[in-house]
Design a protein around this ligand. Structure first.
Ligand code: PEP
Length: 251
């Protein structure tokens, strides 16, 4: 039995007063405080302290959008996983398509980030997904398989056990286009098979695989009805309390 996880990726949005309004609305929704569901918000790093304090009395968890794989050093402008840990961060995104494409984060760097997060007792949410061009050429499964393999085969079973994977077709992120539930299911099942192959079948069965890419209240229930869709990574809709709550309620 896998507990669904709904994570909100705020990206580079927010300011102190809007964050406070959004977090207060989430905290006051009883449906988001149940043991049957995990809810996570990932604000920009500079607002982690604010979110940490506003979420203190709630079951809603805190995630980071980014960090550097080294624990300390001459990396001006960067923050390290142990620093995130001090601010109550329990999850961190790794390999979001915007980090891969805009900041040239490659598979080696992403593996190092996963290992650094795990060492700091932070759960990495490894994001994978094919581009529009790859999708149109029918290469989606192949691309996703390679991205999953590059990380999972280098981790030991205990580490894989502490991983979450998010399938986010790049062509669906922020575009309003969503994978059909059937296509999402096909890719999620393939991810689970890959994890079983490189790790252990029982670990693959427990692994949570989230879908991301224009998830909205209108399409969430159909996606969550798929047997291998264990929640969502939500971008745009996570900035609106009513939409994010509705997505969580569908999970
Ligand atoms: C994301 O940023 O991970 C994402 C899925 O964005 P959106 O929901 O806006 O497509």
């Amino acid at each position: 039995m896998r507990t669904p996880l709904v994570a909100g990726n705020w990206k580079m949005h927010g300011h102190l007063s809007a964050n406070a309004d959004l977090l207060t609305a989430l905290v006051s929704c009883a449906d988001l405080q149940t043991k049957a569901l995990e809810v996570l918000v990932c604000p920009p790093s500079i607002y982690l302290a604010q979110a940490h304090s506003l979420l203190a009395a709630s079951a809603i968890q805190l995630g980071a959008q980014n960090f550097h794989p080294q624990n300390q050093g001459a990396f001006t402008g960067e923050i390290a996983a142990p620093m995130l840990q001090e601010f109550g961060v329990s999850y961190a995104l790794v390999g979001h398509s915007e980090r891969r494409s805009l900041f040239a984060e490659d598979d080696t760097f992403l593996l190092a980030k996963c290992q650094a997060a795990l060492s700091a007792r932070i759960t990495p949410i490894l994001c994978v997904g094919e581009s529009l061009e790859e999708y149109e050429k029918g290469q989606g499964l192949e691309v996703v398989r390679a991205q999953v393999t590059s990380v999972v085969r280098a981790l030991n079973p205990e580490e894989v056990q502490s991983l979450v994977i998010a399938y986010e077709p790049v062509w669906a992120i922020g575009t309003g286009l969503t994978a059909t539930p059937e296509y999402a299911q096909q890719v999620h099942a393939e991810i689970r098979d890959q994890v079983a192959h490189w790790s252990e079948p029982s670990i693959a069965q427990q692994l949570r695989i989230l879908y991301g890419g224009s998830v909205k209240p209108e399409n969430a229930a159909a996606l969550f009805a798929m047997p291998d869709v264990d929640g969502a990574l939500v971008g745009g809709a996570s900035l609106d309390a009513a939409s994010f709550i509705a997505i969580c309620q569908a999970a």
